[in-house]
Design a protein around this ligand. Structure first.
Ligand SMILES: Nc1ncnc2c1ncn2[C@@H]1O[C@H](COP(=O)(O)OP(=O)(O)OP(=O)(O)O)[C@@H](O)[C@H]1O
Ligand SMILES: [Mg+2]
Length: 231
C-alpha cells in the first residue's frame, strides 16, 4: 500500500529572464512502513523534493498524494493539519523556533494536537537524544549537532506515520550520528514509521531498503537494496 505517491512532479522558481527549473517529471511511489534514501549531488533538488512531499511548499506541476490526500486540493492551513497529523520533518537547517527553549520546541507539535502530559513526554524525547540537561536552553545556546537532535526529538513527538529527514546526521560526530541513526531505524522498525531520508552518506543510505538518486532535478536511478544480514 502506497503512503506517498509523487506523479510528474515539477518545481520552478521565477528568476530574471527565464524560470529556474529545479525538479522535473519526478515519479515514485513509497510503500507504507518502508525506508528510502534520496541521494544526489548538492543542488540536485533533494531538499526541494522533500519539502514538496511533506506539503511545506507547492509544486509547479504534478501531484503529491500523501495518505490518499492530494496536496493540490488543499490550502495552506489544510496542508498544515495533514502535516501535524501524519508527518515528522527534520530540516537540514533545523528550523527551531528561536524564542522557545529546546523543551518548548519539542512540545509544539503535541500542543497543536491538544494532547496531554506534553511536558513529561517531551522531556522523555529530549532524554532519548541525550539532551535532557539542555531542556531549558534556547537554540542559540546549543551547538549545531545539539540543535539537530532537538529537531529530531520534535519530529518524533507526534508519532508520525511518515518521517522526512534532511541530512539527519550531517552535523554530528560519528558516535552521536550512530545513535541518531539507531533512533531513526528503531522508529521505522518498531512503530512502522515510513522513513524517507536525504543524505550524502552512502553508508547510511545503504541501510535503507531503497535508494532514489536525483541528478539535476530528475530521478537518475531508483533501486531496492538487497538486505544483507549478519554482516
Ligand atoms: N526559493 C528558491 N528560489 C530559487 N532557487 C531555489 C530556491 N530554493 C532552492 N533553489 C535552487 O534549487 C536547487 C536545488 O536546491 P535544493 O536545496 O533542493 O538542493 P539539494 O539537493 O538539497 O542540495 P544540498 O545537497 O546542497 O542540500 C538549487 O540550485 C537551489 O539554488
Ligand atoms: Mg538540501
Amino acid at each position: 500500500m502506497g503512503i506517498l505517491t509523487v506523479a510528474n512532479l515539477g518545481k520552478s522558481y521565477p528568476s530574471a529572464g527565464h524560470p529556474l527549473t529545479v525538479l522535473k517529471g519526478v515519479n515514485f511511489d513509497i510503500t507504507a512502513g518502508s525506508s528510502v534514501a534520496i541521494v544526489g549531488p548538492s543542488g540536485s533538488g533533494k531538499t526541494t523534493l522533500l519539502g514538496l512531499c511533506a506539503g511545506l511548499d507547492r509544486s509547479t506541476t504534478g501531484n503529491v498524494v500523501l495518505n490518499g490526500v492530494d496536496f493540490n486540493n488543499l490550502g495552506e492551513d489544510e496542508r498544515a493539519k495533514v502535516r501535524n497529523q501524519y508527518v515528522g520533518f527534520i530540516f537540514q537547517n533545523f528550523q527551531l523556533l528561536p524564542t522557545l527553549t529546546a523543551l518548548e520546541n519539542v512540545m509544539v507539535p503535541l500542543e497543536l494536537r491538544g494532547e496531554t502530559n506534553i511536558k513529561a513526554r517531551s522531556l522523555a524525547l529530549l532524554d532519548k537524544v541525550g539532551l535532557a540537561e539542555r531542556a531549558n536552553h534556547y537554540p542559540t545556546q546549543l551547538s549545531g549537532g545539539e540543535q539537530q537532535r532537538v529537531s529530531l526529538a520534535r519530529a518524533f513527538s507526534n508519532s508520525p506515520q511518515i518521517l522526512f529527514a534532511d541530512e539527519p546526521t550531517g552535523n554530528l560526530d560519528t558516535e552521536t550520528g550512530e545513535k541518531v541513526e539507531q533512533l531513526l531505524f528503531d522508529l521505522n522498525k518498531d512503530a512502522g514509521t515510513t522513513l524517507i531520508l536525504v543524505t550524502h552518506d552512502l553508508e547510511l543510505a545503504s541501510k535503507t531498503e531503497r535508494i532514489i538518486r536525483l541528478k539535476s532535478g530528475e530521478v537518475w536511478s531508483d533501486e531496492p537494496i538487497a538486505l544483507q544480514h549478519g554482516q
